[in-house]
Design a protein around this ligand. Structure first.
Ligand code: PLP
Length: 406
């Protein structure tokens, strides 16, 4: 095994995972990021910090999340045995709470007063507003005007939780503009505010820090799976937007050569430009939002329009460690499209009684295909990153007729 794969030895001191990652930010921000890095390195192995964080994981989030053997679905496919790591059962319904709590605790320790972030569909905003309420920090969430109109329940949730939701009215009034405005607000006062990033993306130390906070998923899964079956899973599968739930599951297994690992990107409507968000599959290395990684970009380096039925997956970049894992061929990156994800959404609902998030349904879709090709004694562990309650209205309206819902 190449030594660069040793899970926790990356990134290097400058935040590089091989050629990817780093920190491409204005000089006035670099000083603040260095402070965050230093504060994080001090607490990361601190017993008191870890005890506090793990007590919250247990008593607040409800960890460890169970692993469930999806027997009916496995039987239907007639091949490998499919298991689900149930991150959908966490408080707030997805894996995001894991890194939001970690960042909120760190911000509190650093004496910050306000957590800020952008949000698209509102999932990161809700998880962060939750963590802010719990640890006693203010919370400002920047959200495009268009998304605010589309995602009403999440906007109301954030407000009930005591967060301010700032409507972004510039440009396309969606996620990209919300990122820009949140970033400007942060530059205006990086001393009392803490910018909590929603995935393993952004400048150093965020890809490392968010990965570390999420790595609880894989550490639990490794032990639980061994207890259940007597060995490690033969295959891991997770969906990849920015890549945090995937890194969360993968990290504990990177050094186990016998475990094959798959990251699933959204191929949306097709692999034509503007109709997908398959960054690692079709992108090229470049710099966006302060870090270097594979990107979907035009010749001038501007991000391309991206699309997926799962709004949590439609990002033109991807976490830098995924870019390295692709180049090293340690992880195989594959795609699943809208219609496959919708099929998997209904399959999991109807065969197992579990309604998955549309993001997670992409991982399930690929796992079903893979299972069909493998022998019955092989195993596949899927990270079920979130629950589908947030998606049911959209699914019923858009696909309900085809599946006998309306
Ligand atoms: C946000 C989200 C994702 C995508 O983010 P990653 O950083 O790629 O994990 C996946 N699943 C769910 C349920 C989400 O809310």
């Amino acid at each position: 095994m190449k030594t660069e794969l040793k899970s926790f030895q990356l990134p290097d001191e400058k935040g590089y995972f091989g050629p990817y990652g780093g920190s491409f930010v204005p000089p006035q921000l670099q000083g603040v990021l260095d402070e965050i890095t230093q504060a994080y390195m001090e607490i990361k192995d601190d017993e008191q910090f870890l005890t506090e964080l793990h007590a919250l994981y247990k008593h607040y989030v409800g960890r460890p999340s169970p692993i469930f053997h999806a027997r009916s679905l496995s039987e239907k496919m007639g091949g490998a045995q499919i298991y689900l790591k149930r991150e959908d059962l966490n408080h707030t319904g997805a894996h995001k709470i894991n890194h939001c709590l970690g960042q909120a605790l760190l911000a509190k320790k650093m004496g910050k007063q306000t957590l800020i972030a952008e949000t698209g569909a509102g999932q990161h905003g809700v998880a962060l507003a939750t963590a802010a309420a719990l640890v006693g920090l203010k919370c400002d969430i920047y959200m495009g005007e268009v998304d605010i109109a589309k995602e009403k329940p999440n906007v109301i949730r954030m407000k009930i939780l005591g967060a301010r939701v700032i409507s972004v009215t510039r440009g396309t009034k969606t996620l990209k503009d919300a990122v820009d405005e949140a970033f400007e607000a942060y530059l205006g006062d990086p001393i009392t505010q803490f910018y909590a990033i929603g995935s393993v993306v952004g400048p150093h130390p965020f890809p490392m820090m968010v990965r570390d906070f999420q790595s609880i998923v894989g550490r639990e899964a490794r032990q639980q799976f061994r207890e259940m079956t007597g060995s490690l899973p033969d295959n891991l599968v997770a969906c990849v937007g920015g890549g945090s739930n995937a890194m969360g599951l993968f990290t504990a297994f990177l050094d186990d050569e016998e475990v094959l690992i798959y990251g699933v990107e959204p191929s949306g409507l097709s692999l034509r430009e503007g109709e997908h968000a398959a960054t690692l599959t079709l992108g090229k290395p470049g710099v966006l939002h302060g870090f270097k990684s594979y990107l979907l970009q035009d010749e001038k380096g501007n991000p391309l329009k991206v699309y997926s039925v799962a709004s949590g997956l439609d990002y033109p970049g991807v976490g830098p460690q995924h870019s390295l894992l692709k180049d090293l061929e340690r992880v195989t990156y594959v795609t699943a499209g809208d219609s496959e994800a919708i099929d998997a959404f209904f399959d999991l609902s109807r065969f197992e009684g579990i309604i998955p998030a549309l993001e997670s349904a992409h991982a399930v879709a690929f796992a079903l295909k893979l299972a069909g090709k493998l022998e019955k004694d092989k195993t596949i562990l899927v990270n079920l990153s979130g629950r589908g309650d947030k998606d049911i209205d959209y699914v019923a309206e858009t696909y309900g007729k085809d599946y006998g819902v309306v």
